[in-house]
Design a protein around this ligand. Structure first.
Ligand code: RNT
Ligand code: ZN
Length: 434
């Protein structure tokens, strides 16, 4: 192949991309859609990249023996996973270099770097994340955080914050408080806010006789974590994430969506909706308008369940498009935080990051290109047939030309041309990892 060609598509000049864009711009303008504004907004909508795709949700704690599980599991053994913080940051820098738009890094507490010292979860501090803070400054991105209420000996019973044993609950409460201090510390170091998302695996495999006790204890534990007396400022933005079931909690999850929707509303916390955490025929796109009648903000975890909460790499499919069309139709982009949540250990992990992040940003752009004014006017006039037909026609507008323009403005390759770069990185940096 000549030097400027790629197995993954035909590279085009800026002029070619611009010319195609001009045609697309006209097609959208005919429906009152401003493609320039949509590109700008899509580029400026932050997407928080989850650190855990890089190492299959393993974490980097210094500990005596490995502890696994806690309701989530990555499957696959593709070579090259990040073995420490340096490799993780190196991989993320590579991914960021081929991703258009604004990003953040979403860290989990068990990615702390404590050197030789064993420091348990109730005692970790912002200083154990200083390498990430320095890196975030270099990359000019924000940081988000998550307490890790799993993969720990005190999570082996399947209960943490809702455990019947007060000693175990107290340990996890201290971890929750520590996570909030770290989130505040990271936010202040970067002059930003930090979304701190709480998810616990607590639940029961089969027919618990008491469904109420753990839920009441979970309320009390969270109330202790969020107590004002800790003096944690508003730069730590706490969110809570519910779930339908997990591995070994198939029958009962203490922190269900109903639980957290009510908790978040009554305690003024952000409600997190993960696309994989509902019955397979439920769509979170339909839930957004219901929750936004009451909640000020939502955190969306873009994910892709296949038959169950399998956390597959996000693709540009109807589910994720519908979520962002819905947010666009409600003009609610300033009321949602967007974060990714998937992990696939069976493919090149950089490809997983880039594919899932680009798909999420494509869906954001797709939502912003929806001819919402016209559609809502038609509906208001009772022209439901015309509305439906226009919705259908909008699906095949020249979206790709607008996306390519976004890539050009975001200084990244179009299509799948970035794969050449990832393959070079794999040969140079990943294949040497044992
Ligand atoms: C688990 C939740 C949660 C996790 C991360 C690692 O089902 O989706 O968000 O994936 O905390
Ligand atoms: Zn999630």
């Amino acid at each position: 192949m000549p030097a400027n060609e790629s197995y993954y598509g035909s590279p085009r000049t800026d002029t070619q991309i611009e010319q195609q864009y001009e045609h697309a711009k006209e097609a959208y303008a005919a429906l009152d859609v401003d493609t320039d504004a949509a590109i700008n907004q899509a580029l400026n909508t932050p997407i928080s990249l989850h650190c855990w795709q890089a190492d299959d949700v393993g974490g980097f704690e210094t500990k005596e023996e490995a502890v696994e599980g806690g309701g989530i599991m990555a499957t696959g053994n593709y070579p090259g996973k990040a073995r420490n913080g340096d490799e993780l940051r190196q991989d993320l820098s590579k991914a960021l270099s081929i991703l258009p738009g604004k990003h953040r890094l979403n860290l989990h507490a068990f990615y702390c770097e404590t050197g030789e010292k064993i420091i348990d979860r109730d005692a970790i501090e912002t200083s154990h994340f200083s390498n990430y803070i320095d890196w975030a400054k270099e990359e000019k991105i924000g940081l988000d955080f998550n307490p890790t209420y799993f993969a720990h000996p005190k999570a082996n019973d399947g209960y943490t914050l809702s455990h019947a044993d007060k000693g175990i609950r107290d340990f996890w409460i201290q971890h929750g408080i520590a996570s909030r201090r770290i989130a505040e510390g990271m936010a202040n170091a970067l002059g930003d806010v930090c979304v701190n998302n709480h998810w616990t695996p607590d639940g029961h495999k089969d027919n618990p006789a008491d469904r109420s006790g753990p839920r009441q204890r979970l309320v009390e534990s969270y109330d202790a974590i969020f107590d004002e007396s800790h003096g944690i400022g508003p730069s730590c933005v706490d969110a809570v994430e519910g779930k339908l079931f997990g591995l070994a909690s198939e029958d009962y999850v203490v922190g269900s969506n109903d639980f957290y929707a009510n908790y978040a509303l009554s305690r003024e916390k952000v409600l997190c909706l993960d696309m994989g955490h509902f019955h397979p025929t439920e769509s979170i796109a339909d839930k957004i308008s219901a929750h936004l009648c009451f909640h000020k903000k939502l955190l969306i975890h873009t994910s892709r369940p296949i038959r169950w909460d399998s956390d597959h790499v996000v693709l540009f499919n109807d589910d994720v498009r519908n979520v962002f069309i819905e947010i666009a139709r409600q003009r609610a982009f300033d009321r949602v935080y967007v974060a990714l949540d998937f992990f696939d250990a069976s493919i090149n992990r950089i490809i997983a990051y880039v594919t899932g992040t680009r798909a999420s940003r494509q869906a954001i752009l797709y939502g912003l290109l929806d001819p919402v004014e016209r559609l809502q006017n038609l509906e208001a006039e009772g022209k439901s047939g015309q509305k439906l037909a226009l919705m259908e026609a909008a699906k095949t507008l020249p979206f790709n030309a607008v996306w390519d323009m976004l890539c050009l403005k975001g200084d990244t390759p179009t299509g799948a041309l970035w794969l050449d770069d990832v393959e070079a990185y794999e040969a140079e940096a990943l294949q040497t990892r044992a």
